[in-house]
Design a binder for this molecule. Structure first.
Ligand code: 8YV
Length: 327
């Protein structure tokens, strides 16, 4: 393995990460702060040992095939690897790594911010103030919904789901969760959480539903019209995971028809495109995929990418190697 591997990076990374990478590796860092086209990506990976993509790069079997024989490692800048065809990578014996753990708290914080902004109508309040239509305090205006005492349903109780559970509990919410595997007794009771083996049975019981599972073939379109209809009309839906988990057209319809109270969305199926049907609704808070966007988190994600590359180039198994059936 080369002592100074050639590393192809698709996006501008934090300065500190880029500087360290340049010290350690022969870096091909694109200048444009935009997602690369498939052709640009294919050309870049044909001529590198290590490929560092992000969530905005679609790395399917064709892109991986264009790598030729040189590419030896895909070190993703991010925890979700749904944008990478893991099977195609593994068929060519190219390990894939990610950056778990370092963005858990930031994403959980953003989930609570999005939840509160949505149920407490922060956007409506700020808009009225900025547009000059606020004519003073009133006992009845801009009322939202209290979260204390309400039931939060968490779909996917991994690192981020659990960090949200801890926060929600501190806000006085009752935590329910659906996960394929039940948490061990001691862990479950630490969150005061109730496990639901069957997702559909949990849905009618919740006041807020927050999605924290990875995007996999099993969760793609998990919240279709039928499943959304199992939620009560008072329910708020929060998504900081992946847009594809929800059928966005069905969600917009349910929200417009008053079959759901509101939604807070940080992720979308076809980013950066956001359906007009969602943008036109007042009871929706929309954020541009910023769940992990802190200076500290992004720097630590960069550190993890570098650690994984160095482990590989030193002949070790990278610490954050993702297995094919990762989710
Ligand atoms: C990151 C994310 O910003 O890590 C993830 O899976 O969704 C984001 O929070 C993104 O992945 C960077 O590639």
């Amino acid at each position: 393995r080369p002592a100074r591997p050639k590393v192809f990076v698709t996006r501008r990374l934090p300065d500190v990460t880029e500087t360290r990478m340049r010290e350690l590796f022969d870096v091909d860092l694109r200048d444009a702060d935009r997602a690369l086209s498939r052709a640009e990506m294919s050309a870049g990976i044909a001529d590198c040992d290590v490929f560092v993509p992000t969530v905005s790069d679609e790395i399917d079997a064709d892109v991986i095939a264009s790598a030729g024989n040189r590419l030896k490692l895909i070190a993703n800048f991010g925890v979700g690897v749904d944008h990478i065809d893991l099977r195609a990578a593994h068929e060519r014996s190219i390990p894939v790594t990610n950056t778990p753990g370092v963005l858990t708290d930031d994403t959980a914080d953003m989930t609570m911010a999005l939840l509160l902004a949505t149920v407490r109508r922060m956007r409506a309040g700020e808009t009225s103030l900025r547009e000059g239509s606020w004519d003073g305090w009133s006992p009845t205006s801009l009322r939202g919904t209290r979260i204390g005492g309400k039931a939060l349903g968490i779909v996917g109780m991994g690192r981020i789901g659990r960090a949200v559970a801890a926060r929600a509990r501190a806000f006085g919410m009752d935590v329910h969760y659906h996960n394929r595997r039940r948490l061990p007794d001691g862990v479950e009771s630490a969150y005061g959480a109730t496990w639901w083996d069957d997702l559909d049975s949990m849905l009618p019981e919740v006041d807020v539903l927050s999605i924290h599972c990875p995007l996999t073939p099993d969760t793609d379109g998990l919240f279709d019209a039928k499943r959304l209809s199992k939620l009560g009309s008072h329910v708020y839906l929060i998504n900081t995971a992946r847009g594809e988990i929800i059928d966005e057209a069905a969600l917009a319809e349910a929200l417009a028809a008053g079959r759901l109270a509101g939604a807070g969305l940080d992720v979308f199926a076809d980013e950066p495109r956001v359906p007009e049907a969602l943008k036109s609704l007042d009871n929706v808070t929309l954020l541009p995929h910023m769940g992990s966007a802190t200076f500290e988190g992004r720097r630590q994600m960069g550190d993890k990418v570098i650690t994984n590359i160095r482990a590989w180039s030193d002949g070790h198994r990278p610490p954050d190697q993702v297995l094919e059936g990762w989710a």
